[in-house]
Design a protein. Structure first.
Length: 455
């Protein structure tokens, strides 16, 4: 009978001594060595799962530019992520099963648990499982989360070998998961911009939602898909000053323009040197023409034409500025964009006391089906006026972003004023043309019935 005053751990140890068979030969020692090696392999494979699937976009980009063999191997492995994951799971489970089998064999040789089945269960199941979880799963994955890239390099070649060994099993596993994915993919899918636009169209018949709110919702939906070049003011329409301009002439230009910020350039607009804030001039209004106003200009912010306006808005907020100079692929200045231009894509036109009527309205509605637009009108604004989707002209417009540019794409040359070009339901005619640009464009909208008759 066991003494209740003895420590429970000592009681368990005494019981363990009673069931010990005394068999501890070279084969037992070799078995323990094999278990240790298998736990190390299990740890490496488990860590690989975290290492490969937690690489950041920056690390993946570094791998693409890295010419080392290990980096190229990692890219090759990640080209088939499902197969890589299947290989890791199969290899890891195979090693863990081997650990359980060998440990059970060793326990059966060393101990006789026929008289103490509970102790046998604790040692053969609980203790072995705890060892596998601690040294084969938890600790390696914690380490891998902090050293993902070095570990991915270290395990690149071993994982490539394992993938070759387990290819038959991993292929079966991947095919079975693909079959399951196809069966359940109808339960949900990513919502695209087109889906949101269609949803807004379906709700357009709801009289409870004001038209202004619907326009704002549509602007928000399309906001992240608009490039800066689609909203910028072209360089020919930008009010800018040469840095050699006398102070008196500068004041006249500013007074006539009514703008609070004016770009400053050297020789041409392609070489913008800074932005002049009118508020910085206020203390110096009575200075002579020799006043060095150029020293008041602030650094200009340059962005490429293809930058998304959502990203530009974030940079405006971060830098606490309201204007950016837009540059093309050759480094030349294409125009400028302001914070107001971006916000207008959501809330519509914003007019203040300095905006003229011509600035607010750049088209003339002749009748319900005929309009007269300025050639420089952005296609984005043109589609807003006609309340149509700008994706209609996506293929036809090429690299152009204005109505005049669309006509040049359709004509393939500078059109004559008598020529009419039709695209979809819209007929375009260059109303006013000179040798260098299309100034005014006449647009006629054909009825849908007319299109069907023509077909």
């Amino acid at each position: 009978m066991e003494d209740p005053d003895i420590d429970p751990s000592l009681q368990a140890f005494s019981v363990l001594l009673r069931v010990y068979t005394g068999d501890f030969g070279p084969d037992i020692i070799a078995g323990f060595i094999v278990i240790i090696l298998l736990l190390i392999i299990s740890a490496a494979i488990s860590a690989s799962e975290i290492a490969y699937f937690s690489l950041t976009p920056a690390q993946l980009n570094d791998l693409r530019t890295d010419k080392r063999k290990q980096s190229q191997t990692i890219q090759h492995l990640l080209e088939s992520p499902k197969k890589l994951l299947a290989t890791i799971l199969i290899a890891n489970n195979s090693v863990n099963v081997a650990v359980v089998i060998i440990s059970s064999f060793l326990m059966a040789r060393m101990f006789d648990f026929s008289q103490s089945p509970v102790l046998g269960f604790l040692i053969q199941v609980v203790v072995v499982t705890a060892l596998i979880l601690m040294f084969g799963e938890i600790m390696p994955k914690i380490f891998a989360s902090q050293h993902a890239l070095p570990l991915a390099h270290f395990m690149a070649k071993p994982m490539l070998v394992l993938r070759g060994i387990f290819t038959p099993l991993s292929s079966i596993l991947v095919k079975s998961t693909n079959l399951i994915d196809k069966r359940i993919e109808h339960r949900g899918h990513d919502i695209t911009i087109d889906d949101l636009s269609e949803a807004l169209e379906l709700t357009s018949g709801n009289d409870q939602t004001p038209d202004e709110e619907k326009k704002i919702l549509k602007g928000i939906v399309k906001f992240g898909d608009i490039a800066v070049r689609e909203i910028m003011r072209a360089r020919v329409d930008v009010t800018a000053v040469d840095e050699k301009t006398p102070f008196g002439e500068l004041l006249e230009i500013i007074l006539e323009s009514g703008y609070s910020r004016v770009p400053v350039f050297r020789e041409s607009f392609d070489n913008v040197t800074g932005i002049l804030y009118i508020k910085d001039l206020l203390p110096h209004l009575k200075r002579s023409d020799n006043f060095r106003w150029q020293e008041l200009q602030r650094p200009a912010f340059f962005v490429p034409e293809n930058k998304r306006i959502s990203d530009l808005l974030h940079e405006f907020q971060t830098r606490k500025i309201h204007m950016a100079i837009i540059v093309d692929e050759y480094g030349g200045s294409s125009g400028l964009a302001t914070l107001e231009d971006i916000l207008e894509e959501i809330v519509g036109e914003i007019n203040d006391e300095f905006d003229s009527e011509s600035d607010a309205i750049n088209y003339l509605k002749l009748d319900d089906k005929t309009y007269l637009f300025e050639g420089k009108t952005l296609l984005n604004d043109f589609c807003k006026v006609l309340n149509i989707e700008d994706r209609i002209f996506e293929e036809a417009k090429g690299d152009s972003d204005t109505l005049a540019g669309l006509m040049l794409e359709l004509a393939g040359k500078m059109p004559d004023s008598s020529e009419i070009f039709q695209f979809d339901r819209y007929k375009f005619q260059a109303e006013t043309v000179d040798k260098r640009r299309i100034k005014r464009v006449k647009v006629e909208i054909a009825d849908e019935d007319d299109d069907e008759d023509e077909e």
